[in-house]
Design a protein around this ligand. Structure first.
Ligand code: RRO
Length: 315
């Protein structure tokens, strides 16, 4: 048994550091016949807006050689239906539920949060400041330091539960956003949402997505995400939750070594919703083989000469 497999954000204890990412695990109920969801440290549920949304017209998902492009456009059931139909199912779960909120105004973020806050079934909030596929909000908030600061500040006022801000990688210096998150009292940051990408049908000469561009996820982005996590852990003291192309226990361990406190599995859930279980088992075996008896001896244990990093110009 490895020490510190669990960790806390405020007074919320997560039994382990393996979470599933928003948008890749629905509301936790679709896969409960296939997977023991209680083994996961947390389920981050699909981004919620105040009103239900149909999302973007199809095609809104396309495969690339080593990743997936999506342009879902924040399709979701809306907060009222989430409260009446999904929250009751969370009562029976041992795993923690983190509600991801996306919105097109500061007021909408706050209203959704205030509606969810009274429910004990919701352990924490992940504030999505990084959806690449909506016209209002999304990236325009997540790439603008001032908007990012205002939203971070306002949501913080509305709850004493943990707040996790989900950052976009589509900026020059992600650490600037990480520092604002920390200054505004976020308990953690999720690093990163999808990278803006594009694919073209060469015979029709048309974009493969109805919205032309979409968000790239999957193995293609793992090295990119890892570098963003590296940049953030060097810039802030709050926990960084690593996300981006994690599909194996080896991938997860890379993120921990770089300094992630926890990780989220995203696109790999589409291939196998039990990826989290395999990753947990793989990490446990690795720690045993490597004689790592405390998770804190793994996190941030990168032994490279950091001064060699070209990132040091702005870190
Ligand atoms: O729904 C989406 O299009 C979407 C969201 Br909210 C997000 O945060 N990231 C993404 O790649 N797609």
């Amino acid at each position: 048994m490895i020490k510190n497999e669990s960790f806390k954000l405020r007074d919320v204890n997560f039994a382990n550091r393996i979470f599933v990412a928003s948008g890749t695990f629905g509301y936790g109920d679709e896969v409960s016949d296939l997977v023991d969801v209680n083994k996961l440290g947390a389920i981050v549920t699909k981004s919620l807006s105040l009103k239900p949304r149909d999302g973007n017209p199809p095609p809104r998902i396309t495969e690339t050689s080593c990743g997936m492009l999506n342009s879902i456009g924040l399709a979701n059931i809306g907060v009222e239906k989430y409260i009446s139909e999904k929250i009751p199912n969370f009562k029976n779960l041992k795993t923690k539920i983190i509600a991801n909120i996306a919105a097109s105004s500061v007021e909408e973020y706050c209203t959704v949060l205030e509606k969810l806050n009274p429910f004990d079934e919701i352990a924490a909030f992940e504030i999505n400041l990084s959806c690449p596929n909506v016209k209002e909000g999304g990236l325009s908030f997540g790439t603008n330091l001032k908007s990012f600061e205002i939203i971070s500040r306002e949501v913080r006022k509305k709850t004493s539960k943990p707040i996790i801000l989900k950052l976009t990688p589509n900026v020059t210096h992600i650490s600037e956003f990480a520092k604002i998150a920390e200054n505004e009292g976020a308990d953690a940051i999720s690093v990163v949402n999808t990278f803006v990408g594009m694919a073209v049908n060469i015979y029709k000469r048309t974009p493969k997505l109805s919205t032309v561009t979409g968000g790239l996820s999957g193995p293609a982005i793992k090295p990119l995400a890892l570098a963003k996590v590296y940049e953030c852990v060097r810039a802030v003291k709050i926990p960084v939750i690593g996300i981006g192309g994690i599909a194996s226990w080896e991938d997860a361990i890379e993120f921990f070594i770089v300094g992630a406190t926890a990780i989220q599995i995203g696109t790999a859930n589409y291939l196998n919703p039990a990826t989290g279980e395999f990753i947990l088992k793989g990490i446990s075996d690795f720690c045993e083989n490597q004689k790592i008896d405390d998770f804190n001896n793994l996190i941030g244990s990168l032994s490279a000469d950091h001064s060699a990093s070209v990132l040091k110009t702005w870190l």
